[in-house]
Design a protein around this ligand. Structure first.
Ligand code: PEP
Ligand code: MN
Length: 302
């Protein structure tokens, strides 16, 4: 017998597709997430310095990214690790948006921080460790900003969708689901990328689904192939960590791509996106493209 998803996910009816609602497109600045364009969000794990952020923003924009990521409030595995620059980081993000026109996605970690983060961000990120922090979800919903809801480290799809439902119930229809890998018995990768969750959600939910291959993989060498897998599974976009000098990053350096690595990943995704009839090249500007010979040439800027 075929699964009755409406019965199975009875706690989150409004997140599921219905005759009336087949697809939600979430607007941020001039973009639509969940529409026909594959959306790339890219940037450092943490905002560190004005130089680091601006260099990354300029680079990823030119390589075709649509949205700049960067944490100012950081949920770290250890409470003794760098916790983020806070307000100073938010100001740097706003400055980067002004300078390069990219929308900003950044995390709010507590209910009290939501109004401040919402002042600066175009999209509020709810981190994996906070997926079930209901007061935070309610505050994020009420901020009126779109909410990027990461899957909890050990959350089932049902639990994840319940959190999405809570945001909808608090008057905010603009939820983006983000698969970032889950904890399993496997420890070779940082998390286990649950590509089946992407396939399932694209089938049953009208909400946009994006993938975070960086936190799933934990190793930068694996990020491009997980990104490719996300495209094949039907994801609406990806969120990827990029740093000018990953080995010196203040957080998540091992999984951050350098600029050349990001360019290669973007080039590599093109044919896979073309198979889906998608493109992410609308905004690509003067990026070095790989030729079949392996030689890099510059396209005209424009
Ligand atoms: C992040 O995006 O840098 C982050 C901390 O992600 P997650 O909440 O998925 O661990
Ligand atoms: Mn990170």
């Amino acid at each position: 017998m075929r699964e009755n998803w409406h019965e199975r996910f009875a706690d989150s009816p409004d997140v599921l597709k219905s005759a009336r609602r087949q697809r939600t497109m979430v607007a941020a600045l001039d973009l639509e997430i969940g529409g026909d364009e594959f959306i790339t969000m890219a940037g450092p794990c943490s905002v560190e310095t004005e130089f680091q952020l601006m260099a990354t923003a300029n680079h990823v924009r030119r390589a075709g990214a649509h949205i700049l990521r960067g944490g100012a409030f950081k949920p770290r595995s250890s409470p003794y690790a760098f916790q983020g620059l806070g307000l100073a980081g938010l100001k740097m993000l706003a400055h980067a948006r002004e300078a390069c026109g990219l929308a900003i996605v950044t995390e709010a970690m507590s209910e009290e921080d939501v109004p401040l983060v919402a002042e600066y961000a175009d999209i509020l990120q709810i981190g994996a460790r906070n997926m079930e922090n209901y007061p935070l979800l309610e505050a994020a919903a009420r901020s009126g900003r779109p909410v990027l809801l990461k899957r909890g480290l050990s959350a089932t799809v049902a639990e994840w969708l319940r959190s999405a439902q809570l945001i909808l119930d608090n008057g905010n229809p603009n939820v983006i689901l983000c698969e970032r890998g889950i904890r399993t018995f496997e420890t070779a990768t940082r998390n286990t990328f649950d590509v089946s969750a992407i396939a399932l959600l694209k089938q049953i939910s009208h909400l946009p689904v994006i993938a975070d291959p960086s936190h799933a993989a934990g190793h930068r060498d694996l990020v491009p192939s997980l990104a490719r897998t996300a495209v094949a599974a039907g994801a609406d976009g990806i969120i990827v960590e990029v740093h000018p000098n990953p080995d010196k990053a203040w957080s998540d350096g091992a999984q951050s791509l350098d600029f050349a690595g990001f360019d290669e990943m973007m080039d590599d995704l093109e044919p896979w996106l073309a198979l889906r009839g998608r493109e992410h090249s609308r905004r690509r500007l003067g990026v070095a493209r790989r030729e079949s010979s392996g030689v890099r040439v510059m396209e005209a800027v424009g």
